[in-house]
Design a protein around this ligand. Structure first.
Ligand SMILES: [Zn+2]
Length: 425
């Protein structure tokens, strides 16, 4: 009776402990128990898979070889309808009864490292060093372990778990893979992404997505000889004024919003008045309105810098084009959103610390911005030095807890047959 009442209560606002109670029941169910034990027992296999997956180069826009390899791994793990979509994402299903929601479990395939990067693993002081080993080699192996565990224990779910190894998360990939996924499918009710856990303490849950807008500013001028044509305005000088104007923009400390001119290029020779200069600019915040406001301030600053230069040289010859080269929407879940509570409860019911993380920019940004509940969870282990060829590392402390927490979260969201109704609506 108590059971039935709880099922009926799911649709209403849930009390704080409801997710914990539901997940405790799921964790105690025999097949799920077996799946959790499978993940712990097979952690050495997960690490072997991590090394094998990470040995295949997968720079953003060139993930195909790793995708084909991962497709075979998901098939061997027993998922249904495993295939590669038009964007290059690898998809596979753990099929439920057909009476529950579709929930995505995702890990990105791509790395920031060019194809020629040496991916050899070095071991030092208990850490494994290799480009991409944590971000996102570990998460891909963790996701595979979850598929294998569900399959080994024959866990019966209500909804489908859609496993996605997606392309284009990093840099100018601009979330290409998940953007395609959400354009194609309107049935996704929740999204759990896997990324490395920053630092050395537990498996934090990320529920805020820092959005970013990136621009290439190209400044044009007339050019000319530095001596003969002196008096004409220079694009490089204008770039200096533009950067100074951008540098003067003031932003609040909270909510956090940042801006950066990361790359400056321009000029032909020491004795030429430059005809062209360009800047790459990154603006970030988890607050979408603030992000838009600062973007406008930066655009105004660019125009002011151009005007300053024309005024100084009594000219109209300097102009600037601003091109959008990156657009990651900002998004944010409420701290008490069902998916956030479910992810925290997964750690809690297994006797682990429930940790919330600061804002990050991940695939989960996109579903958050579309109003689809999303979190990013840890692939397990400890790690650091991301995006740095010589410094990226991963270490196996309690590595199995990441995939265990993520699997339990996903099972709570899709629902396990015979237990509480799915937590994802
Ligand atoms: Zn990543």
């Amino acid at each position: 009776m108590k059971h039935l009442l709880l099922c009926l209560a799911i649709a209403a606002a849930l009390p704080a402990q409801a997710q914990e109670q539901a997940l405790a029941r799921i964790a105690a169910q025999p097949a799920v128990k077996q799946a959790l034990a499978y993940i712990e027992k097979n952690e050495p296999l997960t690490q072997k898979n991590m090394l094998a997956i990470n040995a295949i180069p997968a720079p953003t826009f060139a993930e195909a070889a790793r995708a084909r390899d991962y497709e075979q791994r998901l098939k061997a793990a027993g998922l249904a309808d495993v295939h590669i979509d038009e964007a290059g994402n690898v998809l596979g299903f753990w099929r439920g009864s057909g009476k529950g929601p579709t929930v995505v479990l995702a890990a990105h395939l791509d790395t920031v490292y060019p194809a020629a990067t040496d991916l050899t693993v070095r071991e030092k002081d208990g850490r494994l060093y290799a480009p991409g080993i944590a971000d996102n080699g570990r998460s891909l192996a963790a996701m595979l372990a979850i598929a294998q565990a569900l399959s080994d224990a024959k866990v019966q779910t209500e909804g489908d778990v859609l496993f996605v190894a997606n392309v284009g998360e990093e840099g100018l990939g601009d979330l290409k893979g998940v953007k395609h996924l959400f354009r194609q499918r309107k049935d996704i009710k929740a999204f759990v992404g896997l990324e490395p856990a920053l630092g050395t303490h537990g498996d934090p849950v990320t529920y805020m997505g820092a959005g970013s807008r990136r621009f290439k500013v190209t400044i044009h001028g007339p050019g000319g000889h530095s001596y003969e044509s002196f008096g004409l305005p220079s694009a490089v000088h204008a770039a200096g004024r533009v950067i100074a104007r951008i540098d003067d923009v003031r932003v609040p400390a909270q909510p956090k919003v940042t801006f950066n001119v990361g790359v400056v290029q321009g000029g032909q020779s020491v004795n030429s008045i430059s005809a062209e200069a360009s800047l790459l600019i990154d603006i970030r915040s988890a607050d979408a309105a603030l992000l838009a406001k600062v973007e406008q301030q930066i655009k105004d600053a660019i125009q002011q810098g151009v005007n300053d230069t024309n005024q100084r040289w009594n000219s109209k010859a300097i102009s600037a084009d601003v091109a959008l080269i990156g657009d990651r929407p900002a998004g944010k879940m409420a701290e008490d959103a069902v998916i956030v509570r479910t992810a925290l409860a997964a750690a809690k019911v297994q006797g682990r610390p429930a940790l919330l993380d600061a804002a990050h920019s991940t695939d989960a940004n996109l579903p958050m911005s579309l109003g689809v509940p999303a979190v990013t969870m840890s692939g397990g282990g400890t790690s650091g030095g991301y995006h740095s060829e010589k410094l990226e590392w991963w270490a196996p402390q309690n590595a199995h807890t990441g995939p265990q927490n993520a699997m339990l979260t996903v099972l709570g969201l899709v629902g396990v047959r015979g237990l509480d109704a799915p937590l994802a609506k």
